[in-house]
Ligand binder design. Structure first.
Ligand SMILES: Cc1cc2nc3c(=O)[nH]c(=O)nc-3n(C[C@H](O)[C@H](O)[C@H](O)COP(=O)(O)O)c2cc1C
Length: 334
């Protein structure tokens, strides 16, 4: 019998390089996320530059479930990295077979490995044998129409011990754009006796409903870009029609907490550099003045960030309230 790493219907925060660090996950957890992943960790980086990579493995005191994701195309690095990871505190180890970024694919890892079924299964076997935690995989579909190639790799990874498989319903060549092949994910979910997590295009309630209808056999759903600047998506998907988006004051309060944690976590210089894009994400698509938003790219240090965030309400356009309410990601203050 397959061990179930998540309850049925679980909503997962995806691994996102450059995003899902402890401050990002903390923001998502404030809005109800429970199953959260670290950023993808390169096995060689963990083995040869452990101190630099270790920060990605910091688990917060309030994190009751944490998944770690590894990427590599080297048996030697994977073995050594898993031995190191066995000394850290987390709940599940995921293997990345879907990253399409050239720097990763060039090394035969990520999506390149996901297309090389024999090698992917061989390397995943090392993970499964050596890991002290349950192991899972995350991959992309291999054909947009024919489910069989994807179902085959999923089946074989499950035979090798995958306790769950997340399927991103886009081809590697399509990166993050275009439609999601729900029928392929559904066929895979029906083909294996293991939990399949559907991923792709869940940016809000509409996308979630489409995913639920498209993949009725999904055990859970993974949210990625929909959580950037919008940790409330977890509350929105859980609450359905009852959901009330944040007010400007709540948006600013969340952004302040998130940025403050980043500055403490990374130190002021690195934290400032990383927090700029996070601030831009919070204020994207919510009716804030474009010129004001652009200034986020110049912020440095706690005082500048906090003063900037305090000026948000003054830089919001009244026209925003004229857009159809269904598209709004802000609630008016009454
Ligand atoms: C900036 C960025 C970073 C990502 N980093 C990772 C990663 O580290 N590991 C991974 O498996 N997928 C990664 N992904 C892919 C997402 O986890 C997810 O599969 C993809 O974005 C599709 O979901 P979405 O349509 O909900 O965004 C990344 C995507 C983006 C946009």
């Amino acid at each position: 019998m397959t061990r179930m790493p998540y309850p049925s219907g679980a909503l997962l925060l995806a691994p996102l390089s450059g995003y899902t660090d402890l401050p990002f996950r903390t923001a998502a957890r404030r809005c109800g996320a429970r199953f959260c992943f670290t950023e993808m960790i390169d096995a060689a980086a963990l083995v040869y530059a452990r101190r630099r990579t270790e920060r990605m493995l910091v688990r917060g005191g309030g994190e009751d479930w944490l998944g770690v994701q590894l990427v590599s195309n080297s048996a030697e690095h994977i073995g050594a990295a898993v031995d190191i990871l066995n000394g850290y505190d987390f709940d599940l180890l995921d293997f990345n077979l879907g990253c399409p970024v050239p720097k990763v694919v060039k090394k035969g890892a990520g999506a390149a490995l996901g297309k090389n079924i024999d090698r992917a299964c061989e390397l995943f076997g090392i993970l499964a044998e050596r890991s002290r935690t349950p192991v899972s995989c995350k991959l992309r579909i291999l054909d947009f129409k024919d489910p069989e190639p994807t179902a085959e790799i999923v089946r074989r990874l499950v035979e090798r011990g995958a306790c769950a498989v997340t399927i991103h319903g886009r081809l590697a060549e399509d990166f993050y754009s275009g439609p999601v092949a729900f029928p392929v994910i559904e066929a895979c979910a029906a083909a294996v006796d293991a939990p399949i997590i559907a991923n792709g295009g869940i940016m809000g309630r509409g996308g979630f409903e489409a995913a639920k209808v498209g993949v009725p056999s999904a055990h859970g759903f993974m949210i990625a870009r929909g959580a950037m600047g919008n940790p409330w998506i977890f509350r929105e998907l859980a609450d359905g029609a009852e959901f009330v988006p944040p007010t400007i004051a709540e948006l600013v309060a969340m952004a302040k907490l998130h940025v403050g944690e980043m500055l403490r976590f990374y130190g002021e210089a690195k934290g400032s550099a990383l927090a700029r894009k996070i601030v831009l994400d919070y204020f994207r698509g919510r009716g804030f003045n474009g010129e004001w938003r652009g200034k986020a790219g110049l912020l440095n240090g706690e005082t500048e960030f906090m003063d900037y965030l305090d000026s948000a309400a003054r830089n919001h356009s009244a026209d925003y309230w004229k857009t159809p309410p269904v598209d709004r990601r802000l609630a008016a203050t009454v």
